[in-house]
Design a protein around this ligand. Structure first.
Ligand code: HEM
Length: 318
């Protein structure tokens, strides 16, 4: 499969000759067209350009920053992997639904790209044989899944934006993240638990990305659809960022963020209980010093009075 894949990657399909885009600027700066915003002609370039800012935002999300620093826990990794499982099930269901739709067909690479089977292996590794009942399904993951389903069913021409965001991301920064996770979580070099990051049917990620970009550039679309695709790619990044923020919140559970109306929060309850009880417990636990021990003069007066009374009673009895 790798050989087949590679040959596809080396000989990309023929592309239509480039056509001048009305919004592209390369002429004399004095011309009125200079007032229009610059927009790359190829969809692949336009997508990269349009998502540059949100990509930086995604890299700088606290969850991803910690990940890059190798500050990654098993708990955090399991959470994000379970979310990815739900996301890829939805994405690939919508891809299958649209595989014969010309708005998606050129990007249909199930053998090379699809991640569902790999994520199922990872789920079994991280959550055990009954993983289907055990894996979490967070609110931000549900929102992402819902958007994928809406797109696949009602606006399939936007599916390219979601496939681009996930698959090209996985083939780029994803490869670095794999190595970090392997080291931080002390995982076997055999790749167990990291099947998601491994693309056995892609011999060269760089060549495959070139092929994929050239395929994206063959998609025919009106300027209006193209603009919606670019907007949808930004939405896709934002859905990922919101997911990272949610997961980070679940992992840290800052006490000040706790909303009591959301039900009990065991981490916080344990922490605050210890804090709340600490000052109250100490006085109760320790024996209280008596008033006498604090007033030596009073003690002397009382002792003396007692002696005088004893002597007086003795004299009276005689
Ligand atoms: C720690 C976080 C991340 C790092 C270090 C990272 C790093 C990278 C790198 C090095 C590239 C290659 C750039 C190039 O070839 O010019 C790339 C491309 C890409 N990344 Fe990320 N990335 C991260 C997070 C993400 C996330 C969260 C997403 C989206 C879910 C994403 C989506 C993409 C996409 C779609 C591309 C392809 C851009 C293109 O060539 O058009 N990345 N990333």
């Amino acid at each position: 499969m790798a050989a087949d894949q590679d040959s596809r990657a080396v000989t990309p399909p023929p592309r239509a000759p480039p056509i001048a885009h009305p919004l592209r600027i390369k002429s004399d700066p004095a011309e009125p067209s200079q007032m229009l915003p610059s927009m790359p002609q190829d969809l692949s370039e336009a997508l990269k350009e349009a998502t540059k800012e949100v990509h930086t935002q995604a890299e700088n999300a606290e969850f991803m920053k910690n990940f890059q620093k190798g500050e990654l826990t098993r708990e955090g990794f399991k959470l994000v992997m379970a979310s990815l499982y739900h996301i890829y099930v939805a994405l690939e269901e919508e891809i299958e639904r649209n595989k014969e739709n010309p708005v998606y067909t050129p990007l249909y690479f199930p053998e090379e790209l699809h991640r569902r089977a790999a994520l199922e292996q990872d789920m079994a590794f991280w959550y055990g044989p009954r993983w289907q009942e055990a894996i979490p399904y967070t609110q931000a993951t549900k929102r992402y899944v819902q958007r994928l389903q809406e797109v696949g069913r009602a606006e399939p021409e936007l599916l390219v934006a979601h496939a681009y965001t996930r698959y090209l991301g996985d083939l780029s920064g994803g490869q670095v993240l794999k190595k970090i996770a392997q080291k931080a979580l002390n995982l076997p070099s055999s790749g167990e638990g990291l099947a998601f990051f491994t693309f056995p049917n892609i011999a060269s990620a760089t060549k495959f990305k070139q092929l994929y970009r050239s395929r994206m550039n063959t998609l025919e679309m009106t300027p209006e659809v193209r603009q919606r695709v670019l907007d949808e790619a930004k939405t896709a990044f934002l859905l990922n960022i919101q997911l990272f923020e949610e997961l980070q919140g679940l992992l840290t559970q800052k006490p000040k963020d706790h909303d009591p109306s959301q039900g009990p929060d065991l981490h916080r309850r344990a922490g605050s209980k210890a804090q709340d009880l600490a000052p109250a417990k100490a006085p109760r636990g320790k024996p209280q010093p008596s008033v006498l021990s604090q007033a030596p003069l009073l003690r002397w007066v009382l002792t003396l009075s007692f002696l005088v009374a004893t002597v007086a009673v003795g004299l009276y009895a005689m």
